[in-house]
Ligand binder design. Structure first.
Ligand code: CA
Ligand code: CA
Length: 445
């Protein structure tokens, strides 16, 4: 274990060498480990606010370099964790360099083949469940069971449980967490801050074929980069979420459908409440952010309150966000739809959703039209004001809702039944691209 506890508040990190520094060599930037969400900065500031692990005692401040150190830091310094429930003791975790989740306990890389169990191979799976052979019914039997067992073997490595009262921050712009699923769940799981990290290539080696998903069937995968379920008060800020080595453009097609190895980037479901998602970059991904997972999840009513501001959504296919039930404030975001061959929509209006969108900027390929920014599922209303599309002139506001209603029936209504009050400042829309291109994602230290 190279895990190190930091007994002073300030530290200086060069490469993988950790040492303590005198006041004369203090980093010039803010110590993100002790930072808290500003009052009024979105839904995560409601009531108690979000302070993460900022009150950690010195023996609960950690610097981590690999999967094992990260998991230990989340469990009072113990690996393997003594319990499936991670520690709720206030803790600050500084991430250094690249942490790959698909590794063994010696930090040696694990490939998809390393997880195969009980005779599963992709070749056998494709041969067995080809609709031309198997028919248009869900896979079942020994080989499907072997796929599930293989998936569980990978999950045991990539799933990382994060407990309450935790701050996880990159020490610099080179902090990367690759292939991981941050599983944040449980009604007692609250008060978490995640900042200044690049989440890259969260992928499932064992997608499931569902011949009944859509008109042609689909390959569906497990693992979001971050999932929030049942808990409350989470701030996700200044991160990048992206697919690189596993980008959709690199993936094959089987049974006529993309072999999709990704699920969401940040999915918020199961009556989770009160998140602020700010200044992140969501890049080159299909399903970005699902807020509410089912029309029948009526326990979500009154929950799923989320603020999204100053995020970049670059070449994202859909769900930016897709909402059910929640009151979601979407302001000052920058949507780049320039090179997005599989673009579906940005704002998904699901059952009882109440998206309040204002002052967002869209940059398009000039073929995508503003009516396409909205997709109606079983919702009835969305407020959308102050949008600019391509032209940065404040005199060319586009009424995205009117554009949608002009080409779709039934119309969506503009009254969503609430008006946001928790925000710091709403910028004029024409300023949004420059603010976001210079100020989103990990800090440029
Ligand atoms: Ca998901
Ligand atoms: Ca209409």
């Amino acid at each position: 274990m190279r895990i190190m506890k930091v007994f002073v508040l300030t530290l200086c990190l060069i490469g993988h060498t950790t040492f303590f520094t005198s006041a004369a060599a203090l980093p010039k930037h803010e110590d993100l480990g002790r930072a808290t969400l500003a009052p009024n900065d979105g839904w995560a500031s409601f009531s108690t606010g979000t302070t993460g692990g900022s009150s950690a005692t010195p023996d609960h401040v950690y610097v981590v370099h690999d999967r094992q150190e990260l998991i230990a830091a989340l469990n009072n310094g113990v690996y393997p964790p003594p319990s499936s429930t991670p520690s709720s003791t206030p803790k600050i975790i500084y991430v250094v360099g690249t942490i790959d989740a698909n590794v063994d306990d010696n930090n040696e890389p694990l490939t998809c083949a390393d997880y195969e169990r009980n005779g599963y191979t992709l070749e056998a799976y494709l041969a067995t469940y080809d609709p031309a052979v198997w028919g248009r019914v869900p896979p079942s039997g020994a080989l499907e069971n072997a796929r599930v067992a293989s998936q569980q073997a990978q999950q045991a490595r990539v799933r990382i449980r994060v407990g309450a009262n935790t701050t996880i921050v990159g020490v610099d712009k080179h902090a990367v967490i690759r292939g991981a699923w941050f599983d944040i769940r449980g009604t007692a799981t609250s008060n978490i801050i995640i900042r200044n990290i690049t989440f890259r290539d969260t992928y499932d080696c064992f997608p499931a074929w569902d011949p009944l998903d859509g008109s042609q069937g689909n390959w569906n995968s497990a693992y979001d980069s971050i999932s929030l379920r049942d808990g409350h008060h989470v701030w996700i800020d200044h991160n990048t979420f992206e697919d690189r080595d596993t980008a959709d453009t690199t993936l094959p097609t089987y049974f006529g459908r993309l072999f999709q190895v990704h699920d969401g980037l940040v999915d918020i479901t199961n009556a989770f409440d009160l998140a602020t998602v700010s200044y992140n970059r969501f890049v080159n991904h299909d399903k970005v952010m699902l807020i509410g997972s089912s029309d029948s999840a009526t326990a979500d009513r009154g929950k799923l309150r989320v603020t999204l501001h100053h995020n970049l959504f670059e070449d994202c296919g859909q769900r930016a966000p897709r909402v059910r039930f929640g009151q979601v404030h979407v302001f000052n975001n920058y949507y780049q739809i320039k090179n997005t061959p599989n673009y579906g929509y940005s704002w998904g209006v699901g059952r009882e959703s109440a998206i309040y969108a204002e002052n967002n900027f869209f940059r398009t390929d000039h073929e995508t039209t503003p009516d396409q920014f909205i997709e109606r599922f079983s919702g009835t209303a969305i407020y959308a004001a102050g949008s600019l599309v391509d032209a940065a002139s404040p005199n060319h506001l586009v009424d995205v809702l009117a554009e949608y209603n002009a080409v779709n029936n039934p119309d969506l209504l503009p009254n969503v039944g609430w008006t946001p009050v928790l925000f710091l400042e709403i910028e004029p829309t024409f300023k949004v691209p420059s603010t976001i291109m210079s100020g989103s994602g990990p800090f440029n230290w």
